[in-house]
Design a protein around this ligand. Structure first.
Ligand SMILES: Nc1ncnc2c1ncn2[C@@H]1O[C@H](COP(=O)(O)OP(=O)(O)OP(=O)(O)O)[C@@H](O)[C@H]1O
Length: 443
């Protein structure tokens, strides 16, 4: 039979890059609280002989009262893991530079917003803090945090340096904080002279890993940085730290302190893994129905290789009376966030999604994950990382989970075998025609 992946055409590099920004935005939109971690923060101080400060409360930071009020109004009780170390460093006198890396949801944005707000002098009507974001949408998200945290500073204003935000020539910006994308910020600082870069006290480069994925952003960011005064505080944040990010970070942030927080390791130890042998898509669907008929599944996520399969499966499951949510690539990020939110709230019991759409998304794991198609990379090799991220659990929240893989050809059996070998974990065969056997898997 024909592989059903004709709508999974290879993505252009630009699309891949847009994806990264979209994934990052999606994670922000669906995140309502901190990611918990048991890992230790690694700190590398510029001056290893200076004492290392860490705070357990926001009071210890001696913030301006309006700012402390802003922090509490956001519902923060104490600094997050990364904030414990990052905040005293960022608020120290004289200002110190910082490069910080930790996964999405660990409190980076809140940390640098706090740093900007504590250095800004709202009485001075010119830009003093400059923050670069990879896209307009991401800039808006950061802007919202600034507005929330700074809400007890009535005179504090925010300007967005993004495409389409046209000012009159010769105008000067009076807003104290500017947040924007590199191209527009560069224009505003140089050609158009809306901003005097020499007056910037804090420079933030957010989402460095997403940033450098876009052509031109790296150069533009460096050119902006070169215009800033020597004593300007430079801060760079990234969710990941591959070599390219690190090289870029060192160009943008001289003499940095460095803070890293490792991602919580995921494991397959508490997961029961099965595979079901089928001959085609219809048999996979039948197997799925049999499983649903035999055991009670509170909520499941089902992953398909293509949009077409995902759409088809969602429709078939609906016909069977399931409440199904569909997450698909053509949806806008905001729509996707809304779908995930509804699923989280339990309004739908099954979430069908494509591999691509779900990649990199930190959805709190549900107890049953079904790989209707196994995850493969664009060369057709097993995508072990995705497999692990999808069904793995972090030790801390080690609830037991169930993963069922649908296998429908020699090729996919081969992929499955390679996944087993990679993790050195056996995936048991499940006969879905045998209801007793299915029932046993929940014991
Ligand atoms: N100290 C804190 N206490 C409680 N909640 C916090 C604290 N710091 C941040 N948060 C909340 O946790 C969530 C994640 O924080 P934040 O956005 O700063 O993380 P991040 O590392 O920048 O992740 P992302 O890049 O996805 O935005 C947000 O909803 C934020 O309001």
């Amino acid at each position: 039979h024909l592989p059903q992946n004709h709508d999974n055409v290879e993505k252009t590099e630009d699309e891949e890059k847009e994806d990264r920004a979209a994934q990052s935005l999606l994670n922000k939109l669906i995140r309502s609280n901190l990611v918990d971690t048991t890992n230790q923060v690694e700190v590398l101080q510029r001056d290893p002989t200076s004492p290392l400060y860490s705070v357990k409360s926001f009071e210890e930071l001696r913030l301006k009262p309006q700012l402390l009020q802003g922090v509490y109004a956001m519902g923060f009780n104490r600094p997050s893991k990364i904030q414990e170390n990052a905040l005293p460093m960022m608020l120290a006198e004289p200002p110190q530079n910082l490069i910080a890396q930790s996964q999405s949801g660990t409190g980076k944005t809140a940390a640098f917003v706090l740093a900007m707000l504590s250095r800004v002098e709202p009485g001075n009507k010119y830009p003093q803090c400059l923050c670069l974001s990879p896209t307009y949408e991401l800039a808006l998200q950061t802007g919202k945090v600034i507005e929330q945290m700074g809400k007890f500073y009535p005179e504090l204003k925010l300007a967005y340096a993004v495409r389409g935000n046209k000012l009159e020539r010769g105008q000067k910006i009076s807003e104290q904080i500017v947040i924007g994308t590199p191209g527009t910020v560069l224009d505003w600082c140089s050609k158009l002279k809306f901003i005097d870069p020499k007056k910037i006290k804090v420079f933030v480069l957010d989402e460095a890993d997403v940033m450098i994925a876009t052509q031109g952003h790296q150069d533009q960011s460096i050119r902006i940085q070169r215009m800033l005064p020597k004593d300007c505080q430079m801060l760079l944040f990234s969710a990941t730290f591959e070599d390219s990010v690190w090289k870029f970070a060192q160009k943008v942030v001289p003499d940095p302190n460095i803070i890293k927080l490792k991602r919580e390791e995921e494991t397959l130890d508490t997961i029961k893994q099965y595979y079901v042998l089928c001959n085609n898509r219809d048999e996979k669907f039948q197997a799925l129905c049999n499983i649903y008929g035999a055991i009670t599944i509170a909520q499941a996520m089902i992953f398909c290789h293509t949009r077409k399969t995902a759409g088809w499966l969602a429709a078939e499951l609906s016909k069977e009376g399931h409440q199904v949510a569909l997450l698909s690539g053509e949806m806008m990020v905001e729509q996707r966030a809304a779908v995930i939110e509804r699923f989280r709230e339990g309004k739908e019991k099954v979430l069908v999604t494509t591999n691509v759409c779900a990649r990199g998304i930190d959805v709190e794991q549900v107890s049953v994950v079904i790989n209707f198609d196994l995850p493969v990379d664009k060369d057709g090799n097993p995508d072990n990382e995705t497999y692990l991220h999808r069904i793995g659990r972090t030790g801390r929240f080690g609830k037991r989970g169930l993963a069922i893989n649908m296998v429908d050809s020699k090729h996919s059996m081969n992929i499955l075998n390679r996944i087993q070998e990679h993790f050195n974990k056996k995936i048991n065969k499940l006969d879905t025609d045998d209801l007793d056997e299915i029932e046993k898997i929940t014991n």
